[in-house]
Design a protein around this ligand. Sequence first.
Ligand code: ATR
Length: 273
Amino acid sequence: MSLKFKLIGYPIKHSLSPWIQTTFLERSGIKGSYTLHEIANEGIFEEEINKLKAAEVNGFNITVPYKETIIPYLDRLDVTAERVGAVNTVALEGNNWVGYNTDGVGYVQALRDKFPDMDGNKDVPILILGAGGAARGIFHGLVLAGFKNLTLANRTRSKCENIINGADASIITLAEAEKNIAAFDVIIQTSSVGMNEAEQIIDLSNLRQGAIVSDIVYQPLVTQFLKQAEEKGGRIHYGHTMLLYQAQKAFEIWTNKNVNVEGMDEEMIEKIK
Ligand code: ATR
């Protein structure tokens, strides 16, 4: 039997997901395909989803701009999708379409794999900068992984409150984050600010030596934020791993196989350049 997986979204022509998932299929010796299914506008979404269901796919990824649009078409949401309020992975389980969100959970896994010392103490102080969709996924990924000492900082405070949604976490301003940066062992930059090469969300002059500093922006791969973090003795982590690890989690949901991603991180960097 050959398995069939798809990526839905628009635009997706340049997505690295087909390369990632095809590599996973090869590495795990599973026969199957992973192909693009572009949906150019919301007006034809329902029709296209019905086509997909009729095509007997085993699962699909769903990306911008349909991560929320898909929810009413699913039978059930897993806890990750429910907490984040968005879906990036759908699996056919029996006759049910089940929605998951592996973005944040995947990114947290990438960090834990690279910095195993992070897992030694669930009270490690972690700061999330920014409060958009990516921050929401990462925040709940951290909560689900058992991390207990979480702080959010964003230009607009109400968005932090919205993400936390009753969970136990602190909210500070960006100015406070900058002033007290030495209080954090892990700092995760999730805003779009680093996409403009000259800009940086906060200054890291007071960074603690050895702090883990991650930036989810991966174009450019080395943001101004990460450059300064490295100069200040931080241990830096690039954002492209979110794409790789969300894919690994999706593949595991679909196939029950925990595929080894070794070497793919470096290969991706070459492809992104
Ligand atoms: P995504 O869903 O991809 O994570 P988003 O929802 O567009 O992205 O969120 C972008 C984040 O970048 C937000 O936290 C935004 O801050 P606000 O909530 O205050 O809008 C943050 N951001 C964007 N430009 C910024 C800037 N110039 N300074 C500070 N934060 C900025």
